[in-house]
Ligand binder design. Structure first.
Ligand SMILES: CC(C)(COP(=O)(O)OP(=O)(O)OC[C@H]1O[C@@H](n2cnc3c(N)ncnc32)[C@H](O)[C@@H]1OP(=O)(O)O)[C@@H](O)C(=O)NCCC(=O)NCCS
Length: 257
């Protein structure tokens, strides 16, 4: 595992009274061990076998792998293959496992990276999205910008390419937090504020004031987490994910955490 390209950690919010923690992880597909398939539950293995396109197979495997790494941050004694993640009516991931009821998972993948967010409680809906920052994405991302979003991008004197990707990530993360993806009218995802706050960005939605996004840039990735606006962002704590490679090498063949 190239530790420059992956990480595990947590993002912390506060209700004003209580702390709310989400475990997060990002990894590069190239770092997947051949044994990653042992991490899949029986149901996931059936879905995996049915996937015909190689890239989709890799995305599915890497998404499930990093999702389970995040779950096991909070539940280290769980066997990964006992964690069953299904996709609901509109594609949203749901954990169907005896020991993980009322928990929350969100998954994202790009051509080369997979990411996930896990919470031990589904009290605070959340969604995660990553994007690889690429010049060739700029024209298509610009096509999806509202006039107001263009104004914000220019007025705030933000790094243009990075902010463009963060805005798109924020929209996907919002759709995932609501579990509807991009199935609502486009203006539901319009961004109304984009503020830099040290190493992170705070992003607000014009027509979805109940949600907010915290985003940051890590190497060549934009990473966004959407959560209810009633939460206050506290901190991000991440470690290089070279620990994933060590864990993988040390795994017994049956895939225990
Ligand atoms: C949710 C959505 C925005 C994600 O887009 P994407 O390009 O696949 O983005 P990512 O790779 O970051 O995310 C994929 C993961 O999102 C999750 N996801 C899919 N639909 C979701 C939903 N409704 N709610 C929450 N999460 C969802 C899944 O876990 C999926 O991974 P998996 O299939 O391996 O489990 C997209 O799937 C969607 O809404 N599609 C429906 C509408 C549409 O296609 N519109 C075209 C817009 S250009």
């Amino acid at each position: 595992m190239n530790s420059d390209h992956g990480f595990l950690g947590s993002v912390f919010f506060s209700t004003g009274i209580n702390k709310v923690k989400f475990a997060i992880g990002v990894m590069e597909f190239a770092d997947l061990s051949g044994r990653a398939i042992d991490y899949l539950s029986e149901g996931e293995q059936e879905i995996y076998k049915g996937l015909r396109v190689g890239q989709r197979r890799r995305q599915f495997l890497a998404g499930r792998y990093i999702a389970k790494e995040c779950v096991c941050q909070d539940h280290p004694s769980l066997q990964r293959s006992s964690i069953n993640i299904v996709n609901g009516a509109w594609g949203g991931p749901l954990i169907h496992s005896e020991h993980l009821q009322n928990t929350l998972i969100s998954i994202s993948h790009t051509d080369n990276f997979a990411a996930a967010l896990f919470s031990a409680s589904n009290m605070f809906p959340a969604g995660m999205d990553i994007e690889e920052i690429r010049d060739d994405q700029i024209p298509s991302l610009q096509n999806f910008m509202s006039p107001r979003e263009r104004e914000i991008l220019l007025a705030e004197n933000l790094p243009y390419k990075e902010a463009l990707h963060l805005m798109w990530s924020a929209k996907e993360a919002a759709g995932k937090a609501l579990m509807v993806g991009f199935n609502l009218p486009e203006d539901c995802y319009h961004i109304s504020s984009f503020a830099s706050n040290g190493n992170s960005f705070h992003i607000g939605f014009e027509n979805l004031p109940i949600l907010q996004c915290i985003g940051w840039l890590k190497n060549n990735l934009s990473v966004c987490v959407a959560v209810p606006s009633i939460l206050s962002f506290e901190k991000l704590e991440i470690e290089p994910a070279s620990i994933l490679a060590i864990k993988t090498e040390n795994l017994p063949f049956n895939g225990h955490c």
